[in-house]
Design a protein around this ligand. Sequence first.
Ligand code: ZN
Ligand code: ZN
Length: 394
Amino acid sequence: MKLTVLGSGSTGNAVLIVAGETRVLVDAGLSAKEISRRLALVGEDVRKLDAVLVTHEHGDHAGGLRVLLRTVDCPVYISAKTHDAYVGERLNVSNDEPRKRARALAGRVEQIESSRDFRIGEIDFHPFTIPHDAVDNFGFTATHQGVKIATLMDFGHITTLVSERLRGCAAVVIESNHSRDMLKACDSYPWELKQRILSRLGHLSNEDVADWIRDDFDGVARFLVLAHLSQRANNPYLAKISAEVALQERYPLFHGDTQVSLSFPEGTNSVDRGVNGKDEGGRMRDEGDSGFQKFNATLALALIVMVAVLSVACSSNRGSQSLPPEVESTIGTLSEEIAAGRYDKIYHEAAELFARTLPSSSPERTSGRCIPSSARSKAACCSLRLNNKIPAGR
Ligand SMILES: [Zn+2]
Ligand SMILES: [Zn+2]
């Protein structure tokens, strides 16, 4: 089973899941051209897709769908409510866009329900409702030959159902949209937008992800991919440090061989303010980021593909560790530094301190290689190859 995040964030989301001979594209939020191009970069042919699965109608998840349907001839798996919302969209699209969408989808739809299992080829999908301000958004786990993965984006808080469904996954792609402090301090967002993102139907914060890792994560997943990072209200360093610190706190309770990866558009924090990046297929209001300032999609390329082979069997059992006080105090002062806008400084300092002081047996951790050397570098695309079954009873 192979999971590739082709793109994530407000500039567009698309994830490819390949198992056996089955290829499913989850969401078509990038332009059709860009989806084809990124698929080609990971050795896949867009015309060989077996299905496009649409999680919800927001433009960063469905904005490229109509045009993509000209190229592919596979069915679209979509719920009735999401279909109606997508076809009925009138905000920020041309007048004839709803009619074009209805025509493009005619005869192509496999209707699904957001909380009923379904199967596409060799992959079993287990969707579940997640709290977001779309009509019928869902996250899901997908299984193939005993391997289970999860992807879930665009949701305001972790519910009991979400925690339950994430148990036993070999890899989890999860939204880590914003830092609450950075969002509050971000002066380019109107208050209403901040409220919307922070609400229980908005987007998941770094802090929410950290709480989930500390309190509910079962430690089975070898890979946590943090996705849908806001380009204004988050920073990859901070998202990653926050998750890594939470994992450290969790180590006394499980075998700690989980790796944190990031998927974010290149050019994070370098905003092209003048560009209105409306896609060919028309895009709705942006998601979890600015609704009025779009990024030039052509900047967000140059993909780095990280391929990792999953071996779920845990090989090392680290002893009990607590967080060194220097790290705790550094993390504790992040809020103040962020409020003062000293982002780069604090991330570099925290990353260095983190790497220097943690007496972990992990070579990445002690050498600091787990921290990206530049906030602007890569990882728009993260690809994981999952070979091993989940050990029974975990
Ligand atoms: Zn959304
Ligand atoms: Zn989104």
